[in-house]
Write a protein that binds this ligand. Structure first.
Ligand SMILES: [Zn+2]
Length: 177
């Protein structure tokens, strides 16, 4: 699982009519869904939203009133933040705080920019490693890099989950780091 820092109020989790998690939207967007009866609020966040005519508790989780068929995004986009999140912001070689992205098999030697070949690394390890492979240096990777999988990743990406969403997202998935 990515990171579990609580970021209350950062958004609302949208569930399908079947309670399956779909995506995260802004609190404002979730409130519009509720006010237009396209969704019902399942869990409140903190605070009250005021509109011209009504007041509504800040929605934290909403459920669509009608089932929507959603084509699954099976591929998690490879971004710097997503790599850091997958690897828990730790260097894949020394477990220190990561600041850079390292290509395990160096790009200069044909290494691919793909989930299986990128890891978070500290600046020192990255610099020392240069264009060598871990094997050439006698280094071991803390874990074999792989593309992240699971509902939480599909819905959240690199976003930190709100603790109030835990009942709907399986946040106990094994760490992909
Ligand atoms: Zn390091």
């Amino acid at each position: 699982m990515p990171d579990i820092r609580p970021t209350a109020g950062s958004g609302a989790l949208v569930l399908n009519a079947t309670y399956e998690p779909l995506c995260v939207v802004s609190v404002r967007r979730a409130a519009i869904l509720v006010l237009s009866a396209k969704a019902v609020c399942v869990a409140d966040g903190e605070g009250i939203l005021h509109s011209a005519r009504s007041a509504l508790p800040v929605p934290s989780v909403v459920r669509l009133t009608r089932f929507v068929r959603v084509p699954y995004r099976t591929h998690v986009g490879l971004s710097r933040r997503a790599i850091f999140a997958r690897d828990g912001w730790r260097c894949a070689y020394c477990r220190g705080p990561a600041e850079t992205i390292d290509h395990v098999f160096p790009r200069s030697r044909g290494g691919r920019h793909a989930w299986e070949n990128v890891v978070a690394a500290c600046a020192r390890c990255n610099h020392t490693k240069g264009d060598k492979t871990p094997a050439e240096l006698g280094w071991r990777l803390h874990a074999l890099p792989a593309a992240p999988k699971g509902t939480a990743w599909r819905v959240l990406g690199h976003r930190a989950p709100d603790p109030r969403w835990a009942d709907w997202l399986d946040l106990r998935e094994p760490e992909a780091a």
